[in-house]
Write a protein that binds this ligand. Structure first.
Ligand code: MG
Length: 167
């Protein structure tokens, strides 16, 4: 059988503002400011969703979940990630691995990394060992360094689902 992996990358950024929760990878991280946006503005989930649609060569997050649609107002991005992962299964693929890097000056997100991996793995119906979450500051440089925003990038590898049934 010919094995045809598919790979995709994603990037997202949102402005940090007062009066919004900071949701990253489906987990609320205590912070004086949170990400502004139509949904919960979870950059980690959004970057991963775009990586998934990229791997499927099926548009992007904006095409699937338009920010003009009231159905997606303040929605948990875990629900959007769940739908994206469902598209993977409909195409007879599975998530072999996903890796996310969060770019944020403050607060530190390392204590929440495990919870993020578990939250995203749960909705994607895959093993938590297939999802990596990393975080970095940008050493004071750029919009993330100045604390104006939070960003994330992601890469995902999809493999054909048939065969070993691996989660
Ligand atoms: Mg976004």
């Amino acid at each position: 059988m010919e094995i045809e992996p598919r790979i995709g990358t994603g990037f997202d950024a949102h402005k940090l503002v007062a009066g919004r929760p900071l949701i990253l990878g489906g987990v609320e991280v205590p912070s004086e400011r949170g990400a502004d946006g139509h949904s919960d503005a979870d950059v980690a989930c959004h970057a991963l969703i775009d990586a998934i649609f990229g791997a499927l060569a099926d548009g992007d997050i904006g095409a699937h979940f338009p920010d003009t649609d009231p159905r997606f107002k303040d929605i948990s991005s875990l629900q959007l990630l769940e739908a994206a992962a469902d598209s993977v299964r409909q195409r007879d693929y599975r998530i072999a691995s996903a890796d996310i890097t969060i770019l944020l000056e403050t607060p530190k997100v390392a204590p929440y990394r495990g919870a993020m991996r578990e939250a995203m793995a749960r909705v994607m119906l895959c093993d938590v060992g297939r999802i990596g979450v990393k975080a970095t500051t940008t050493e004071g440089l750029g919009f993330t360094g100045r604390g104006e925003g939070v960003a994330a990038q992601a890469v995902v590898l999809l493999m054909p689902a048939q065969g070993n049934g691996a989660r």
